[in-house]
Structure formats: structure tokens, C-alpha cells
Design a protein around this ligand. Sequence first.
Ligand code: NAD
Length: 344
Amino acid sequence: MKIAFFDTKPYDKQTFEKYVKDYGFDIKYFETKLNEDTADLANGFDAVCAFVNDTVNDKVIDKFYGMGIRVLALRCAGFNQVDMKHAYGKLHVLRVPAYSPYAVAEHAIALLLTSVRRIHKAYIRSKDFNFSLSGLTGFDLYGKTVGVIGTGKIGRVFMDICRGFGMKILAYDKFPDHMLEKDGSVRYVSMEDLLQNSDILSLHCPLTEETYHLIDEDALNLCKKGVILLNTSRGALVDAEALLNAIKSRKVGAACLDVYEEESEWFFEDNSGHIMEDDTLARLISMPNVIVTSHQAFLTEEALENIAQTTLENLRGFFETDQCENELCYTGGGTRECKNGKCF
Ligand code: NAD
């Protein structure tokens, strides 16, 4: 089986090469991202492997269909980059539903601690033998209230860590799991309640039509003054312009962003020699109380290993049996995991 692998980075190739021999697949690694202009590279392949900032829109899907490609293996959990409605009946979409919730939750905490204790400032100062503490005053996380939006795999690990810090936890989820409230350490509340009462907000829900710009001007207006926003989920959950305005007006005390709405233009690449044309991103990065990482939260050795193994296992399942445990299907009402094998 020949697999066209898009948006390849050295760490992807290194991990997939470790396992691919066991599966007998032939992978061709393309560095370019997948989009309408590059989809033709997949001609002659049996499957395509794509990542978070690839574009699998109606045109790409139709091209694949015309080439006889029937399977797309996403090496990530999120699938907002795929037009799932258009894919139904044409392209089977497989994903890696969980590879390390710890990787993402721990990165969110790393960003939070960096921000709250001004580690990003202290690191640069001490490199220059500037050992002054002025301006580095932080605050204790103990006793603070964190509002967690999305209490799935990552949200739960994040809450576990927050519990360890002695934080109070408010939660919001479209499908709450009230078992989480049993020991009294977590309380599900309305979105409004969560926004009004949280010192820190952390986003762990997927990007859907419903959650697009979940954190917009109105939501930010409801927040406590000085709230800290953590987004390690998907950029478009936050209206970046509204966030910038809220930082300028001092409503938002700090923002830690591993994802950004327009990240596909910039993230994962070295743009250090280029003029940054995205004024909103440039302005956000220029703020002393904003920390941006480049969609890095997933990047641990454990996660990469799990991603490679599950992606290859998904493809083997697809080609050798009719059981594709990690297939996603558009059902009319939305996209669901289709546990019963290939559904068309
Ligand atoms: P999950 O499916 O286990 O949990 C998502 C939770 O969000 C579920 O409990 C679901 O009920 C809830 N939800 C769905 N719609 C909602 C809505 N409208 N409002 C509130 N909650 C809603 O997913 P997960 O593994 O915890 O991952 C969460 C997100 O993290 C993914 O969707 C992905 O976007 C992001 N992610 C980011 C990285 C990274 O490197 N930064 C890596 C992996 C995942």
C-alpha cells in the first residue's frame, strides 16, 4: 500500500519510519501542506495521511475521489480541517482520537505557570546576568478558580493537575459527565457562570460550527477583570481581534496560546527571516503578557509514538479488515466516531 504523507516534519518521519516496516506500507513523505494545489501529488497512492493544518475541503476530496483514493488517515484527533459532510460516501476518514492527553494538558499548565510566574521574562533576564526581580511578581495558583470548557480526555487531565495545585474547578461541557462532580472538586455550571467566576479559563473543547469564536467580545466582557486565557485546543475558538482588544483594555490579564485562528499560514515553519504580515498575531506576540507557542502541545515522544502506531494500525484495519475503530462519519446531525466498521 502506498501512502502519501503531507506536511512532514523530521520528527514525523523519524517516528513513522520506526514502525512502518512492521506494516509493509510504502510511505512517500511530502513536506508541503495538503490543499487544492498540492492534492495532485497523491495521484497513484492508496491512502493519504494529513495533519492539523492541511486543508481537506470539497475540492480536495473530489480530487482524491477522482484518483481512486478512498481513505484519509488523520494523524491527529481534531478533524475541523476536513469537510466531513462532503467526505461522506467518498472518503473514509480515520483519526487518532487520543495519543496523549497528558502532553496537551501538561503543556497548558506549563504555559500557565510560565505566565503567572513570569518565567519567560526571568529566563531572558538571567541570560543577560540581570538578576533584578522588579516586575516579576506573580500569584499563587492555590485557591484560584479555573474554568474548564470541555471536560473530555484532555480537560480531565488538566483538571487533575489543577486539583493537585489546590485550585477550585468550574466546568462547562455540552455533554457533562456528572460523575466528575462526585468528590466535590469539580462543579458543572453554565457558560455564563463559568466566565463570570473564573480567574483562569482553559479551552479543551473541539472546534465546531457551534464553538467557532466561543470566546468573543461578549464572552470576554463577562469575564473577571484580569482573567488569564489558555487555549491549547483550536485557534478559532477565540476571536483573536476581540482578545487583542481585551488585552489592550486590561480586561484580559494574560493569554497563553498554543493555537491561533490563522495559524496555518505561519505555525510549524521558520518565519524568522520574513516580514510578519498578520498584524493581529504580531501585536499579540508583542504583548508582555501573551505567550504563543506554535501548536506544540502535542509534541512529546510518547504522543508521537502513539500517533504513528495508531495511524498505521488504522490503515491496516482499513485495508485488511472491515473494522476501522477510529473512523469518523458525518451523520447529518454532526460527525461521530463510527465504531462498527466502514459505514459506506
Ligand atoms: P474529547 O473529545 O475527549 O473532549 C472534548 C470535550 O468537549 C467533550 O467532553 C465534549 O463533550 C466537549 N464539547 C463538545 N462540544 C462542546 C461544546 N459546544 N461546548 C463545550 N464542550 C463541548 O477531546 P480531547 O482529546 O480532550 O481534545 C480536546 C481538543 O483539544 C481537540 O478537539 C483538539 O482541538 C485539541 N487538541 C489540541 C492539541 C494541541 O497540540 N494543541 C492536541 C490534541 C488535541
